[in-house]
Unconditional design. Structure first.
Length: 287
C-alpha cells in the first residue's frame, strides 16, 4: 500500500510539473485570456457527465452559499487570467520563486479573516519566502533582464490567487468536491463570455490555429487537479505531508525551464531562490 501511495504522490508532482512547463509553452503561443477561458471550457465539458446529477442540488442551496460560490468564481477568473499574464511575461525560473508569495498572502488572510494562529513554522516559512522574493527582485542583473514591472505583476497575481484560495477554504467543504471544481471553472467562463463575444472572430481563429495547445493544456491542468484530489485519500501518507511534498514540483519546473526555454542567465541565484521559497512554502503548509 505504501508503494501505491508513493506512486500517486510522484504522479502528483509530475502532473504539476508538466502543467507548469506546458502552461509557459502555451502562453508563448496564445494569449493569457484565451488559454484560461478555453482551458476551462474543455475541462468543464470533460467532467460534466460526472457531475450533472448534482445540478439540481446546487440550486437548492441557501442563497448566501450560491452568492459565495459566484464570488469565489469571480476571484478564480481574475486569478487565472492575471496569473497567466504574469507567467507569460516572467521567466519560469523567476516565476517559480515569486509565485510562492501566494503563501504569504494566504497566511496573512488566514490570520485576519479566519482567526488562524501564527506558529513558528508558518512565521519562519513566510520569512523565507519574503527573503527569496527580495533575493530575486533585488538583483541588478535580473532587474536588467526583465525589469521590475513583471515581478510586481507577478506579486499582484499571487495576491489575487490568495483571495481565491481563502474563499476555497471557506466553501470547498460545503458541497461535492468535484462539483465545486466544476463551478470554479464554469462561473469564470460565464463571467468572461461578454469579452469573448466582443472578440469572437479573433479568439475562434486562435483556437483553430492552436487547438492542440488548448487541448493539451486542458488535459494537464485537469491531471494536476485530479492528482491533487488523490492526495486526500492516500492511506499511508497524511495530506499534511503529501501536500507540501507536492510543492517541490516548483523546483523541477525551474530546473527544467533552464533547458527547455533557455533561461540560462543568473541560473544559480534563480535556483537558490526557488529552493528557499519552496522550503518556506513547505514549512507554512506543515504548520
Amino acid at each position: 500500500m505504501l508503494i501505491g501511495s508513493i506512486s500517486l504522490l510522484l504522479l502528483a508532482i509530475i502532473a504539476r510539473t508538466a502543467n507548469g512547463l506546458y502552461s509557459k509553452y502555451g502562453l508563448n503561443r496564445v494569449d493569457s485570456f484565451s488559454l484560461f477561458f478555453f482551458g476551462n471550457i474543455f475541462i468543464c465539458i470533460a467532467i460534466f457527465p460526472f457531475i450533472y446529477k448534482s445540478l439540481p442540488l446546487f440550486f437548492s442551496l441557501p442563497t448566501f452559499l450560491i452568492l459565495g460560490f459566484i464570488g469565489s468564481g469571480i476571484m478564480q477568473a481574475a486569478s487565472g487570467i492575471v496569473s497567466n499574464y504574469a507567467l507569460k511575461n516572467v521567466p519560469v525560473t523567476i516565476y517559480s520563486t515569486v509565485s510562492q508569495f501566494q503563501v504569504v498572502w494566504v497566511v496573512a488572510f488566514g490570520i485576519i479573516f479566519l482567526s488562524e494562529k501564527v506558529t513558528i513554522l508558518s512565521m519562519l516559512g513566510t520569512l523565507l519566502i519574503v527573503f527569496s522574493t527580495l533575493f530575486i527582485s533585488g538583483n541588478i542583473h535580473i532587474r536588467k533582464e526583465i525589469g521590475m514591472k513583471p515581478i510586481l505583476i507577478c506579486i499582484i497575481s499571487t495576491l489575487i490567487s490568495a483571495g481565491a484560495v481563502l474563499l476555497d477554504k471557506v466553501f470547498v467543504g460545503t458541497f461535492n468536491q468535484l462539483f465545486y471544481f466544476f463551478l470554479m471553472l464554469m462561473i469564470p467562463v460565464i463571467i468572461l463570455l461578454p469579452h469573448y463575444a466582443r472578440r469572437f472572430n479573433f479568439y475562434n481563429n486562435q483556437v483553430k490555429k492552436n487547438l492542440k495547445v488548448y487541448l493539451i493544456a486542458s488535459v494537464l491542468l485537469a491531471a494536476s487537479y485530479y492528482s491533487l484530489l488523490s492526495l486526500y485519500s492516500l492511506p499511508d501518507i497524511p495530506l499534511s505531508i503529501a501536500y507540501p511534498i507536492r510543492s517541490t514540483s516548483s523546483i523541477f519546473v525551474a530546473v527544467l525551464a533552464i533547458y527547455i526555454f533557455n533561461e540560462n542567465k543568473n541560473v544559480k541565484r534563480k535556483i537558490f531562490a526557488t529552493v528557499i521559497a519552496v522550503i518556506g512554502a513547505i514549512l507554512v503548509k506543515l504548520a
